[in-house]
Design a protein around this ligand. Sequence first.
Ligand SMILES: Cc1ncc(C[n+]2csc(CCOP(=O)(O)OP(=O)(O)O)c2C)c(N)n1
Ligand SMILES: [Mg+2]
Length: 339
Amino acid sequence: MDNPETSAPLPETLSSASKDETLAAFREMLRIRRFEETAARAYTRGKISGFLHLYIGQEAIAIGTNLAMKPGDRIVSTYRDHGFALAQGCDPNACMAELFGKRDGLVGGVGGSMHFFDREKGLWGGYAIVGNHIPVAAGHAFASKYLGDGQVTICFLGDGAVGIGPTHEGMTLAGLWGLPVVFVVENNRYSMGTPLKRTLPVEDITSRAPGYGMAGDRFEVSDPFQVRARLGEAIDRARSESKPTLVEILTYRFRGHSMSDPAKYRGKSEVEAFRASDPMELTRRALIEVHAMSEDELEALDDEIIEEMDAAASFADESPQPDPEHRFRNIIIEHEGQA
Ligand SMILES: Cc1ncc(C[n+]2csc(CCOP(=O)(O)OP(=O)(O)O)c2C)c(N)n1
Ligand SMILES: [Mg+2]
């Protein structure tokens, strides 16, 4: 009998993609997953302080977004930001060193997990305060409209950010002023340990889009090419018509909210059911079933990536502590007597 977990048909977006692009997307998703697992191990060994929110299960969204973006477009993200950094091409050594709070980190070791930032790569910040980056994203989009630079801002938020005041303020202004922005709710069904049905009166988040004068789109993530296509439409609308869109992507995180969450609020069967449709697993299956790759070839790829991430952890470990003065860099106001 067929294993029901592997006999589900592959999504058309995946089965119609070329081998090269499927392999490239799989590789990038796997890099995120292995980076996160390496970070989790480092956290349990006491190498990382503070919070650590992993992106495991949601990788296809960051990879599909990167495929849909043009150079100059901007990502504004939540604290669950490592996947976006890697998808945008940030160096895993610098990302890991940032988690370790080291000098060679992406922002010199003073930002940590929740504050990745790489302007050159289009990552305009991870933000720790739920919902408060939505007005920031609207501000970026306002600047693009004002300057006529043709750039689009893509702002990610969680389902838990939807009821927060600044989310409403930012979306209202984006709709009112016709800003070139795409708001993407990564609806992973939980905010910390609270399921969506206990936080929102209406679970379809895009039902709010007309109230903001925005187009809406809602789908369950299946693979990076589906994300590229669906977000691509919203990004085009922003770029060519200067109209915002509210996109809701239904997804799932396989780990707890953060490293301190054992995720006891959900059953094993729920997690297993989502594992069967894990976009990374579907992409792996496409490589085997459609493109005739072997398990051995994929294992060799995995070994190479594990090695890359182990090297990133060693690099981070060996990187020096930041200079004490570094904490005063990149701040807006310098008080008297400060460096
Ligand atoms: C304004 C504010 N309130 C509360 C918190 C604490 N907090 C951190 S993450 C989180 C849940 C957010 O869930 P969601 O938006 O669904 O994102 P997810 O973690 O699922 O990606 C909360 C309440 C915070 N960081 N900021
Ligand atoms: Mg959530």
